[in-house]
Structure formats: structure tokens, C-alpha cells
Design a protein around this ligand. Structure first.
Ligand code: FE
Length: 206
């Protein structure tokens, strides 16, 4: 990727993240999205920020409804959960078609498995970040549901994401989800069709 000499893109990967399913409801159905962006920003009062890519359907739903749940995933979460909530759009599929979720006080979905806590949020402020929107929220409910360790992004990369195929293709692989772009040059404005991350998150297949 093109960048200034004094910016090592890999340095940014040293920031650690967790992984979460943000659940919402558009009035017709429940929806869920994988994000790594929830952070507690203040403690008195408790405020949590969640940043969502505008290309994700959940962005528009949260902007409209002003509520969401953050489901905190554990290290027991299988890859199928990341595929279901991370690599498909709620515009096209009903992500809760094959399971009935629990409900928090705000009536939004709470995952029955693979979480150790859920946090219900009410949006108080919105910051437009161009490609993304940042929602600043009050905490309206928070419950711990198990003591199993929270999954980190590094744990997901090392232990959950399937290893690349032995059969080598020529091209670039998305470091986030494993999508393979075949070709000699990856366009700078390329966006991963599965996880919506940009060209900076791709690396050449070696
Ligand atoms: Fe991807």
C-alpha cells in the first residue's frame, strides 16, 4: 500500500481489539453485525462509543432507531458466527432466521451462546467520520452471562479464522476475513466484498 515513509501500516495492527456482535432491529427483523470498535469512553456517566462502516446496513438502522446491543464474544465462538454476522448483509439475509435469540430490556436480540456479557446502548451523539459513523451512547443495561474469556482480534486471527488453502493462488488475501483477490495488482480503492475492509488490510499471497 502507498503510504508516507514514516508510517508503517503494520504498526496500527499493534492496537488490540475485541470482537462483538452488535444487534439491532429495523422494525421488521433482528439484525447483527460483527465489529471490533466498541470502547468505553467515560465512566461517570458510563458512555460507550461504537463505530460502524456506513456500508453496513446496521449503520442506517442504528442512526434511525438510536439503540443497539453489544454482545461480547468469547474465545469459544466458532468461525460460523463470524461468517454469519460478518460476511453477509442484513439487507439481504435474515441472520436470525434459524435461531430465536434472548431479549434484553430494550427488546433487542441477545445471543444465546458464545457471549460473556451484553450491553444495551442508547445513542446520544453521532460523529460523521466519512466512511464510518461513530455512535456515542449511554449504557441502559449491562449483564454478565458467563466467565469465559473475551475473544480478542489476535485470538481470532490465530485460532478461529481458517488457515489459507494449501493450493496457492496468485493475488492478495484479506487479513481480516481471508477473501482472496486474484490478480497482479490490487487497486488502492479496493474494498473487500465480504468484510468491507479496504486495500490496506490486504497482503500479497506469498
Ligand atoms: Fe475481508
Amino acid at each position: 500500500m502507498k503510504s508516507a515513509n514514516n508510517i508503517d501500516n503494520k504498526a496500527l495492527f499493534k492496537i488490540s481489539y475485541g470482537l462483538y456482535v452488535v444487534t439491532t432491529n429495523d422494525g421488521k427483523k433482528d439484525n447483527g453485525l460483527i465489529v471490533n470498535t466498541p470502547i468505553q469512553v467515560t465512566s461517570t456517566p458510563q458512555k460507550v462509543a461504537v463505530t460502524v462502516n456506513k456500508q453496513n446496513y446496521s449503520h442506517d438502522v442504528i442512526k434511525e432507531t438510536k439503540i443497539m446491543n453489544v454482545n461480547c464474544l468469547t474465545i469459544e465462538t466458532p468461525f460460523s458466527i463470524f461468517e454469519k454476522f460478518g460476511f453477509a448483509s442484513g439487507k439481504d439475509v435474515d441472520k436470525f432466521a434459524d435461531c430465536t435469540p434472548n431479549r434484553s430490556e430494550n427488546n433487542l436480540a441477545v445471543l444465546k451462546k458464545y457471549i460473556n456479557a451484553y450491553i444495551s446502548l442508547k445513542v446520544t451523539d453521532y460523529i460523521d467520520l466519512g466512511t464510518h459513523g461513530m455512535f456515542i451512547c449511554d449504557v441502559t443495561e449491562a449483564q454478565t452471562v458467563s466467565d469465559i474469556e473475551s475473544i480478542t482480534y489476535t485470538y481470532y486471527q490465530n485460532n478461529v479464522k481458517p488457515k489459507p488453502q494449501a493450493e496457492k493462488k496468485k493475488g492478495f488475501v484479506c487479513k481480516i476475513c481471508g477473501y482472496v483477490y486474484e490478480g497482479d495488482e490490487l487497486p488502492d480503492d479496493f474494498v473487500c466484498p465480504l468484510c468491507k475492509h479496504g486495500a490496506a488490510d490486504f497482503e500479497p499471497i506469498s
